[in-house]
Ligand binder design. Sequence first.
Ligand code: GDP
Ligand code: MG
Length: 163
Amino acid sequence: MSLTLAIVGRPNVGKSTLFNRLVGKRLALVDDQPGVTRDLREGEARLGDLRFTVIDTAGLEDATDDSLQGRMRRLTERAVDMADICLFLVDARAGITPTDEIFAEILRKRSAHVILAANKAEGAAADAGVLEAYGLGLGEPIRLSGEHGEGMTDLYAAIQPLA
Ligand code: GDP
Ligand code: MG
């Protein structure tokens, strides 16, 4: 199995938490402190009977507002170019932000295969954000909760046909 999936999205949407769940080892640091995780991190993911390489895009947490956009764009483009599938996470609790729109634009330009996921979607507080995610023009969002492990069968169903 040589499938590579890159988890992309703005800081704090839950990329590393989901990476850790998929990889099952603490390869990526999850921390609220800035500057803790850097660059790209790779691990071997297991999801049901699927095995694939997963890339966590980090290294954005310590960027200032000024440098964030450029770094984010370069790092995301690197990850997209390495990947067969991009799993684009948005935070369903926060709703769609202008930064999410920038990511959506990057992904559309790279013509990558994109799976859109509305993360942190446990509970009804996320419903409005999930609906907003349809507006990104990247198809139907999967409802996910990386932290609580919800939506993993829907994620499986989205990846499985591509594996
Ligand atoms: P990253 O910056 O995209 O890698 O995000 P992290 O994985 O570091 O998570 C950022 C924050 O969101 C942390 O406080 C996590 O505990 C929290 N978080 C991650 N996944 C979920 C989720 O599914 N639900 C909720 N409610 N919080 C989450
Ligand atoms: Mg992270």
